[in-house]
Design a protein around this ligand. Structure first.
Ligand code: MRU
Length: 362
């Protein structure tokens, strides 16, 4: 998608082919900084520090991280070291492990001397595949938005949480792909953007990218969604997910569960958009078995913003001495999810639903 008229992906091969480049998402929306990842450690830190974030983008960065690790040491020991380092960067998004496995399989039977070129090729393919998957999600979800638009006057009001936009993927996004496609088709859409404390991915990233594409949107604080739903101001909720159990339970950014409860109480459809790389076929009970990341308390204790003089500052917002807890994700049980929007179509949030679309994995 475009920033200031220039098309970007979130990650790409640097010219010369020896490194990856990313948009530093920690600097958004204030600055568009391009950062080079030329070592395994830099790729791992980019994931940990959220310079890149969002399940598919984490997977794509891990793929490049494996390439960079093999550049440093293409032996079996080097492969194991890269897998181990990247595998412990973030616990919830399953795309991370999916990408590490894909990269390991791509090079496992090759001689060390061939591995680096093979790894770069597979990392680039993973990125291209992710873009096609996001487009497929967009086409599947577009039909749902069209159906709602056909039944009402005025804009289709869509509520989303966190950033499941193109910045969370390689391009297009998951939850936002249908929104961009609907907007581009001339459908009147308006997005309620949850700010998504503590990291504010909604306010900093979703609002930024929707604005850059010209999609009408309004940022709301996290507690507003229930009120809007009661007042008939939300037609549909669409969020992303970082890991989907095969039962259809979905882990997503903290606060998603509360939006799903409010949607259920108000009879508003609650859809979750996901690439198949986010499905963890090994887990049935998402609430018990999906690992939930707990991050440092400084993300709750502090906020970052722009000062009147244009500088960027991080300030305390909590009294010294008050403990803070930072659970990064929650799990929304399948019973609260109206449907899963995938690259192969929309299905029920259930084992049967997912198996009907992905019979080869069932
Ligand atoms: O902690 P983050 O910013 O990596 O969390 C991202 C989310 O929760 C997204 O909504 C999720 O990855 C959906 S996938 C596009």
């Amino acid at each position: 998608m475009k920033i200031n008229g220039k098309a970007y992906r979130t990650i790409w091969t640097a010219s010369g082919g020896a490194a990856a480049e990313i948009i530093d998402q920690v600097r958004l929306p204030f600055e568009v900084d391009i950062v080079t990842l030329d070592t395994l450690e830099k790729a791992a830190i980019a994931i940990e520090s959220m310079q890149v974030r969002g399940a598919p983008c984490i997977g794509a960065t891990a793929a490049y991280g494996m390439f960079l690790g093999l550049k440093e040491d293409a032996s079996d020991a080097g492969l194991a070291r890269a897998s181990e380092r990247l595998g412990r960067t973030r616990p919830t998004a399953v795309n991370l492990h999916w990408a590490i496995d894909e990269m390991s399989h791509a090079v496992a039977n090759a001689q060390p001397v061939e591995r680096v070129a093979l790894a770069l090729k597979r990392a680039e393919e993973i990125c291209d595949e992710d873009v096609e998957i996001s487009k497929g999600i967009g086409a599947s979800g577009l039909k749902l938005i069209e159906e709602i638009a056909a039944k009402k006057k005025g804009p289709v009001n869509i509520l989303t949480h966190c950033n499941a936009g193109w910045l969370a993927t390689v391009d297009w996004g998951t939850a936002t792909a249908p929104i961009y496609m609907a907007h581009d088709k001339g459908i009147n859409v308006h997005v309620w953007v949850d700010e998504t404390r503590p990291r504010n991915q909604g306010a900093s990233l979703t609002a930024f990218e929707l604005g850059a594409h010209g999609v009408p949107h309004t940022v709301i604080v996290d507690n507003v969604g229930g009120h809007l739903m009661q007042k008939g101001m939300v037609d549909v909720c669409i969020t992303g997910t970082d890991r989907t159990a095969r039962s259809g339970d979905v882990a997503n950014k903290i606060g998603t569960y509360l939006k799903a409860l409010a949607a259920h109480d108000n009879n508003i459809p609650f859809y979750v958009a996901l690439p198949s790389t986010t499905i963890d076929w090994n887990i049935l009970d998402g609430v018990s078995d999906i690992p939930i990341e707990e991050r440092g308390d400084e993300e709750v204790r502090m906020m970052t913003g722009r000062l009147p003089d244009g500088g960027i500052a991080t300030v305390d917002i909590i009294a010294k001495g008050s403990p803070a807890a930072n659970y990064a994700f929650d799990v929304t049980p399948a019973r609260l999810v109206t449907g899963l929007i995938t690259e192969r179509g929309v299905c029920a949030a259930s084992e049967e639903g997912l198996s009907s679309l992905f019979p080869e994995r069932a």
